[in-house]
Design a protein around this ligand. Structure first.
Ligand SMILES: NC(=O)C1=CN([C@@H]2O[C@H](COP(=O)(O)OP(=O)(O)OC[C@H]3O[C@@H](n4cnc5c(N)ncnc54)[C@H](O)[C@@H]3O)[C@@H](O)[C@H]2O)C=CC1
Ligand SMILES: O=C(CO)COP(=O)(O)O
Length: 426
């Protein structure tokens, strides 16, 4: 046995010449001959020290647990470097998530055009290879370029990644509708309900851009700031077209980014919208200093409200129990990087919503989605009896909306939950 391990170690050491900063760590227990795992820094993949954050203290980045080469052999991803290099992708939205997705795809070998609004942002990305407004401490690869010119962005593109906040999507699509190429497939990463039409993105996009193209939706626990560091992340891509979802999984997958597929677009989208509202509630609980019992109860009951709404819309329970359901809810409720959770914490500490929003540079989709959700489920102005029944069925979601509307304080919202009569757990 020991001989086999030594032989294996010698073999792995001989590989080191090809992977300059690869270390070999003993593996805890494993099957067959895999007694060691390769630990490869993010820098190894691009072969450059340039990826290190320049302007800030370097963040710790464990990088990939498996080398790109080893991963490609094991993962059965078929991605030809030549084909990738000729497959242009346009990413709409140069915020945190658009930047993280553009970086991921460019590192996977695809030429990426990032469509941004400000010429100075474009120039900084093209000259300095960093986005000055979002995730600015990370250098971006050279095959990622930015443009403000829509025609240039879409020219020869084979896929459009949509990373514009939900409430800005309609305005954006109206402005580009004439230049948007026929049949260009779209992968949407935005999560929420549009207030004006009470639509999910899987309803809004086909309505605005037509049904004669492929659509897919990406969701799951995935903070942009962790993706760009190469920290292991798993998401779901849902599309009614399985082959499209599979090809997107091949395109986006990397040694640190794992993509599962699904056909349940509604489940993925409803959960992605509602988890942001639950995260605001979870943040409020922390802001009020209510402790972990309260937090666990709130998140669990929030998931129950999410499950009941999603299943009524035709979602699969598998989706709700998966990465884009409870997975993303846990991340957003417990993860300190969440913008929605942060809004909740600040509300719980007594700040006013207007002050919170005016001092945040990034979008917290749950704020608008909470308002849209109560109108979607039953609006008091339209039918008060439906609204009362819905608010009893979904007290957390209605409570968050009422707090955001200034109709009650976080403390009063908590008292309202505690005063609800006993009922069977559902
Ligand atoms: N940041 C994250 O970790 C994640 C974000 N998402 C989702 O991705 C979507 C985008 O979020 P972020 O990139 O984080 O937001 P962000 O606040 O970081 O950036 C928003 C971007 O959208 C652009 N934008 C806003 N209005 C626009 C308009 N009318 N036309 C063109 N561009 C416009 C802004 O210039 C900015 O570049 C959201 O729906 C969010 O829920 C999903 C997963 C993770
Ligand atoms: O959706 C997200 C991660 O999956 C990001 O959540 P926040 O918008 O709350 O930061």
């Amino acid at each position: 046995m020991e001989c086999r391990i030594r032989r294996r170690l010698r073999h792995e050491l001989s590989n080191l010449a090809f992977f300059p900063s690869v270390q070999i760590l003993p593996r805890w227990r494993s099957t067959s001959t895999r007694h060691f795992r390769l630990v490869c820094n993010q820098q190894d993949r691009s072969g450059s020290q340039d990826d290190k954050p320049r302007s800030q203290p370097q963040r710790s980045s464990p990088g990939n647990l498996i080398s790109e080469e080893d991963w490609l052999v094991r993962s059965r991803i078929r991605r030809s470097p030549d084909i990738a290099a000729n497959t242009k992708i346009v990413v709409c939205g140069g915020g945190s998530f658009g930047t993280a997705m553009a970086n991921l795809l460019a590192r996977n070998g695809y030429p990426v055009s990032l469509l941004v609004r400000k010429p100075w942002v474009r120039d900084e990305i093209n000259l300095e290879h960093r986005n000055p407004k979002y995730l600015s401490e990370y250098l971006l690869p050279h095959n990622l370029t930015a443009t403000v010119d829509r025609e240039e962005a879409f020219r020869d593109a084979k896929l459009c990644v949509h990373a514009i906040p939900v409430q800005a999507t309609r305005e954006f699509l109206l402005s580009i509708r004439d230049t948007f190429p026929d049949r260009l497939p779209i992968l949407c990463t935005s999560k929420g309900l549009e207030i004006s039409s009470l639509s999910l993105m899987c309803e809004l996009l086909p309505r605005m851009l037509g049904t004669d193209r492929k659509y897919a939706y990406l969701s799951g626990p995935s903070f942009a700031a962790e993706i760009i560091q190469g920290l292991p992340t798993a998401v779901v891509v849902a599309s009614s077209d399985r082959i499209f979802a599979n090809s997107l999984a091949d395109m986006f997958s990397s040694a640190s980014f794992k993509v599962f597929t699904s056909t349940d677009t509604v489940g993925l989208e409803v959960a992605g919208a509602i988890k942001n509202v639950i995260a605001i509630a979870a943040g409020m609980s922390d802001g009020l200093g209510l402790g972990t019992n309260s937090m666990a109860a709130l998140v669990t009951r929030g998931c129950s409200e999410m499950r009941r709404i999603a299943i009524a819309q035709g979602a699969s329970p598998v989706t709700l129990a998966g990465l884009s359901g409870v997975g993303d809810t846990f991340l957003t409720c417990f993860g300190p990087l969440s913008r929605n959770r942060t809004v909740g914490v600040r509300l719980g500490k007594g700040e006013k919503l207007e002050d919170i929003l005016s001092t945040s540079r990034q979008i917290a989709e749950g704020v608008a989605t909470a308002k849209a959700l109560v109108r979607w489920l039953g609006d008091e102005e339209e039918d008060s009896s439906i609204a009362i029944r819905a608010s009893l069925k979904y007290p957390i979601l209605y409570g968050v909306a009422a707090i955001l509307d200034g109709k009650m304080t976080p403390r009063e919202g908590l008292n309202m939950l505690l005063a609800m009569p006993p009922r069977p757990e559902d």
